[in-house]
Design a protein around this ligand. Sequence first.
Ligand code: ZN
Ligand code: ZN
Ligand code: ZN
Length: 375
Amino acid sequence: MTGSTPAPFTADDYRARMERAARAAADAGLAGLLVAPGPDMVWLTGYTPTAVTERLTVLVLTPGHDPVLVVPTLEAPDAEHATGASALSLRDWTDGKDPYAVTAALLDHSGRFGISDNTWAMHLLGLQRTLPGTSYASLTDALPMLRAVKDAAELELLAAAGAAADATFEEIRKVPFAGRRESDVGHDLADLLRRFGHSQVDFTIVGSGPNGANPHHEVGDRVIQHGDMVVLDFGGLKDGYGSDTTRTVHVGEPTEEERTVHDIVRAAQEAGFRAVRPGVACQEVDRAARAVITDAGYGEYFIHRTGHGIGVTTHEPPYMIEGEEQPLVPGMCFSVEPGIYLPGRFGVRIEDIVTVTEDGGRRLNNTTREMVIVD
Ligand code: ZN
Ligand code: ZN
Ligand code: ZN
């Protein structure tokens, strides 16, 4: 994740995003937004510093003013090459100067600002020290839907990332599982994601047997056995946009119970997908998937939310969770990933990325959701 995003966006696209963000900030009662290097800055400007260091870099968006990027002088030439650079002005500061004073000159000294979640604490503390009259809100809390609705170009990139993840699954199902460690299969997954165009691998979960019952398990040294269920959950970034898919495979012939549990999760995933259409609250997607699992008697073993948004990161709003009343809007992209986790035994999860269309949902992952038998 270095250099400017290769996504096919123009300076006008970034200008429109920055204007939209500044308007949304004003609507939310904020005096502006302070955006640190990371996903928000990439999305708003196309700029990623080569390295994020202790030197302050911050994008300042204030309603009614042109966007300003505060950068260390030695990084200004890089920033000038970002695609969105012509839609903003640079304010550079040299070593020995106080970057917070430079930033403060751009801000309402008694305002409340939205600030990127990943801003370093030292920078927020520096701003608070310099401008004691200001206050701050997490940008994600203040504007959770800022990046949630994807445009046509973003949808194409997300679909391409999904197709690359699908190609990865089609290859991984052919490799030997029994007798190899989870970490070996995890390496295979990472290699395949890169081979199919990912520049960044975010996770390669290989949860075999009892490890599959722990949704946070990544990969370990456990040697995969004949008879194991294996949860495979993998994704990352391709051309700046995310993939994230899960399939649960079985080494050799499954038992009756393993088949039943897999069928229930598959039906739950289908029900969650079918619930997707414009105007439906996010929580309804969770309820639809959860109802299938609860009705089958496994409700206490579905121990996480049904889904999360995806875009320039692999986890972001909107969240498909009870209590989230945000209505679905065409262009939103998120996972539908119910699971059943039987402690000490095995787990099953099935996950697709889904986008909201005018009249329903469209899956960006299309490999079989039937249980695949591996060797
Ligand atoms: Zn088994
Ligand atoms: Zn996943
Ligand atoms: Zn996911």
